[in-house]
Ligand binder design. Structure first.
Ligand SMILES: Nc1nc2c(ncn2[C@@H]2O[C@H](COP(=O)(O)O[C@H]3[C@@H](O)[C@H](n4cnc5c(=O)[nH]c(N)nc54)O[C@@H]3COP(=O)(O)O)[C@@H](O)[C@H]2O)c(=O)[nH]1
Length: 841
């Protein structure tokens, strides 16, 4: 029987025994020679052709130089530790057969080993390899492929290690560093030459400690790694510890122990992470201290708008964390937000838009209202999807209270609490716009208390205020909540009615109903202290909505109508009438024109002759004319009443007086004209000027005119207004020679009792009696009576408006001695009048 010869090289005697036992049982034909070390294997290898050589090498075995080459002439099976794959690679390069990894804890690998060994020998025999012949001759292709694969894996491993951002090193089971990458050298600041010597990890660590890498007393190492580094080799390595370097970088050190006692250690530079984490921590601390100090709070919502976070001044927020977490704002609610307001807010959130200063009113448990202002921005994740919202909130109750206080002061009347003029104008503006758009109508009621001034003057302002307060309350009770009652100032109130019928007749009827209700209500007695007071209102009404109309116009309309109500006897109501408005408009246009005319000195003085019974000129009446650049000569009947109302009569009257005096001075220079008098019309307003007497005397003085030639024409109504004052003024002027003529005599309530007291010189029969005296027996009788009366009072008489000889003859026959009228001459420029005096050429 041919035996199969196997050389078993193995320094581990128990392992070799176990293998031999197994081979003996399974392969009785195998003759196994055990060589206890690689060194002792040299001789049998060189001297004998073995069917197979089993080379069992441990990491602790020194690999004898040239051994692998010596083995190459035999089929060789390596049995190695997992850490010895580099040896396997070298073996392959030498053409050796196969290898088996040794089980670290036992002999389980021996089955596989025997199996491979049998296959190896079989293969050698099949390929014709004689023992002692190189195996690569037998299966070079397989060896080459395996070799390439190993090389590829090795390069890949080296490239991977080189490209890692982590430093890595690996030890064998004996603690010697077998693998490392470039990065570990950089991170640990170690020379490659040192690691190339495959130092023991413990030695390396001690060297680092001596170098001061771990700080004094290992203070650069976290507590987890402290003991290990201080007692390296004694205390096992923790799986994870952190340490910092002397230049301030931080490493995370992870260690993985492998089953064979070797370990893999990674070093990760986590300095950036630590820095960011520190910054975050600082920022968080800053934010917290700010929010602790601030009266604001910070909030966060999830993607559904539910509160997930609330930090800061929660007292100011009026909310407790447990009450809000998991709820949305609209579920919590706010007094000032309607459902559509919330819908609008939700739309902002859904659109992922930021929002600012959302103001919310809420109620404290004690019933008081507080205000919040909230602003927020969306929180998006890396993909842009909404993660929620975050923002700040602020308690703005104080600001709101101040605002409403300011608003009260600015827009409400302090006495009555009603909207004031400013607020009314604002509401009126809105109401006119709303009425135009909604095709409804509105009404403005201007209410003035009749005779309020008397009450104020007699009973004092406190009582006046009490009355105004009661009026305000009654007015509010007369209208709907939606209507506005405002105090316009003093005793003027305004009621603004809105939403009236589009039909004007209906709207007027509705308004008239309200106005009459107001009149009745305000007409009820007012309890004022001990007494009861009676007051009535005059109400002017203007409707709006049908025609475009500005607020100013509307107010003027209502005001005008109110004055109409006053003029109609008070305690009544009047609607604004467009005709009235037309008159007002032309009046204001005329006023502007008149002012302009005055500035441009467009006024003229005409003179109408006054003659005696023989037609001889005695004097003239000075009559004002306006030489309008467009309209020509304008009659004073058109502008004197307006001049009276506006006060323009004062400068006009002064000019007339000055011009008339200048004319008298001119006339005084000629014997023919020296005796002529000039009548000048004096208006009520002029006459009532406190310095009227001084003005007349001053003008006479300044001009040098003879007062005896000046006649002032006054009307009955003027004198009647204040008889005593009139008499006093007239007497002062009379004492300087100025004469007075009573104009329009007979048209007023002529009272003989005062007539006697007035220092008059002349009566003027009004032209209205003269006009029809021939046809109207009444007028004729009046004229006769005036003539007789004047005679008995020793007054001269001038009849005006004499247009016919019949009128003249009647007047003359009944004793009239002076005449004025178109029969003798119309009012004319002075040159024309003077021309009539010159003898015919
Ligand atoms: N305060 C002032 N009032 C003035 C002044 N100038 C004029 N007036 C007043 O204006 C009213 C209109 O005046 P006038 O248009 O000039 O009319 C006067 C005469 O022209 C007119 N008159 C005279 N004779 C006749 C006549 O035969 N027929 C006829 N139809 N009218 C005639 O009468 C007016 C004079 O009125 P009286 O003053 O009452 O004498 C007028 O009231 C003027 O007073 C002014 O400077 N200041």
């Amino acid at each position: 029987m041919t035996h199969t010869g196997i050389l078993w090289v193995d320094s581990d005697a128990p392992h070799a025994d176990a293998a031999r036992g197994l081979m003996g049982a399974r392969h009785p034909g195998w003759r196994v020679v055990h060589s206890p070390s690689p060194e002792t294997a040299r001789a049998p290898l060189a001297s004998h052709a073995w069917d197979a050589v089993v080379l069992c090498l441990r990491s602790s075995d020194q690999e004898p130089p040239g051994l692998l080459e010596l083995c190459a002439s035999h089929p060789v099976l390596l049995c190695i530790d997992s850490a010895q794959e580099a040896l396997a690679a070298r073996a392959f390069r030498c053409g050796l057969g196969d290898y088996v990894l040794r089980d670290a804890d036992g002999t389980a690998h021996l089955n596989e080993l025997l199996h491979r060994l049998a296959a190896l020998m079989q293969n050698a025999r099949g390929s014709g390899q004689e023992p002692g012949q190189p195996a690569r001759m037998v299966d070079a292709r397989i060896w080459q492929e395996a070799l390439s694969m190993l090389q590829e894996q090795r390069s890949a491993l080296q490239a991977t290690l080189a490209s890692m951002s982590q430093g890595i090193l690996k030890t064998g089971p004996d603690g010697r560093i077998t693998v490392y990458n470039q990065r570990v050298l950089e991170l640990l600041n170690l020379p490659e030459a040192l690691l190339a010597t495959r130092p023991m990890l413990a030695d390396l660590t001690r060297m680092q400690a001596e170098r001061g890498d771990f700080g004094e007393d290992y203070n650069l190492v976290d507590p987890c790694g402290h003991d290990y580094l201080a007692q390296v080799g004694v205390v096992p390595s923790p799986a994870l510890y952190w340490r910092t370097t002397r230049d301030g970088r931080t490493f995370e050190v992870r260690t993985t122990s492998l089953p064979d006692g070797s370990l893999v250690r990674t070093f990760t530079d986590v300095s950036d992470y630590v820095r960011v984490e520190n910054e975050l921590r600082e920022s968080e601390a800053r934010f917290r201290s700010l929010s602790d100090l601030s009266s604001d709070w910070y909030w966060e919502l999830d993607a559904q708008g539910r509160f997930v976070q609330l930090v800061g001044d929660l007292v100011g927020s009026g909310m407790a964390l447990p009450d809000v977490l998991g709820r949305t704002r609209w579920e919590i609610g706010a007094l000032n937000m309607t459902e559509s307001d919330w819908a609008a807010h939700r739309a902002v959130l859904a659109a992922q838009q930021p929002f600012r200063d959302l103001e919310l009113a809420r109620r404290h448990p004690d019933g008081s209202v507080y205000w919040l202002s909230v602003s927020g921005v969306p929180l998006l994740d890396a993909s842009g999807a909404l993660r929620g919202y975050r923002g700040v909130g602020r308690n703005i109750t104080g600001r709101k209270q101040a605002e409403s206080q300011i608003e009260r002061l600015a827009f409400y009347d302090a006495l009555t609490g009603l909207p004031n003029r400013r607020l009314l104008l604002d509401r009126l503006q809105r109401a006119t716009v709303a009425a135009t758009h909604s095709s409804t109508q509105g009404a403005l009621l201007f209410i003035d208390l009749d005779n309020f001034k008397d009450l104020n003057d007699t009973l004092g302002h406190d009582i006046g205020d009490q009355l105004l307060l009661q009026v305000a309350q009654r007015l509010k009770a007369c209208v709907r909540e939606t209507d506005t009652v405002a105090r316009f100032g003093g005793d003027e109130f305004v009621v603004l009615l809105e939403g009236l019928s589009a039909n004007s007749a209906h709207a007027s009827a509705e308004t008239a109903h309200v106005a009459s209700h107001i009149a009745t209500t305000l007409g009820q007695p007012y309890p004022l202290g001990e007494t009861s007071h009676h007051s009535t209102p005059s109400i002017g009404i203007a409707l709006f909505g049908r025609q475009p109309c500005s607020v100013d116009e509307l107010l003027k309309h209502a005001d005008l109508a109110m004055y109409q109500a006053k003029a109609a006897g008070r305690n009544t109501q009047r609607f604004f009438d467009p005709e009235m408005q037309a008159a007002v408009s032309s009046r204001s246009a005329l006023e502007a024109d008149l002012r302009r005319g005055l500035e441009q000195k467009e006024q003229l003085l005409y003179y109408q002759p006054v003659v005696d019974g023989k037609g001889h000129l005695q004097g003239a009446e000075a009559l004002l004319r306006w030489n309008h650049p467009r309209r020509g000569i304008v009659s004073p009947a058109e502008f004197i009443p307006l001049a009276e109302q506006t006060g323009l009569i004062l400068p006009l009257g002064h000019w007339v007086l000055e011009t008339a005096c200048a004319q008298l001075v001119t006339w005084s220079r000629s014997a023919l004209t020296r005796p002529f008098f000039l009548s000048v019309n004096v208006s009520v307003r002029q006459f009532r000027q406190p310095d009227f007497v001084q003005q007349v005397l001053g003008t006479l003085d300044a001009s040098g005119a003879n007062p005896e030639r000046l006649k002032l024409e006054l009307t009955e109504s003027l004198l009647l207004a204040d008889v005593e004052d009139s008499i006093a003024r007239m007497e002062q002027l009379r004492s300087h020679g100025v004469g007075f003529s009573l104009d329009d005599f007979g048209t007023g309530y002529s009272s003989l009792s005062y007539l006697k007291r007035l220092p008059l010189e002349q009566l003027k029969i009004d032209q209205s009696f003269v006009r029809d005296l021939q046809t109207n027996p009444n007028d004729a009788a009046i004229v006769r009576t005036i003539l007789a009366l004047a005679d008995s009072l020793d007054l001269s008489v001038v009849a005006e408006g004499v247009e016919t000889t019949g009128q003249f003859e009647f007047l003359h026959r009944h004793g009239c001695k002076a005449f004025q009228g178109y029969l003798f001459g119309r009012p004319m420029p002075c040159e024309l009048l003077e021309r009539t005096l010159r003898p015919a050429p």
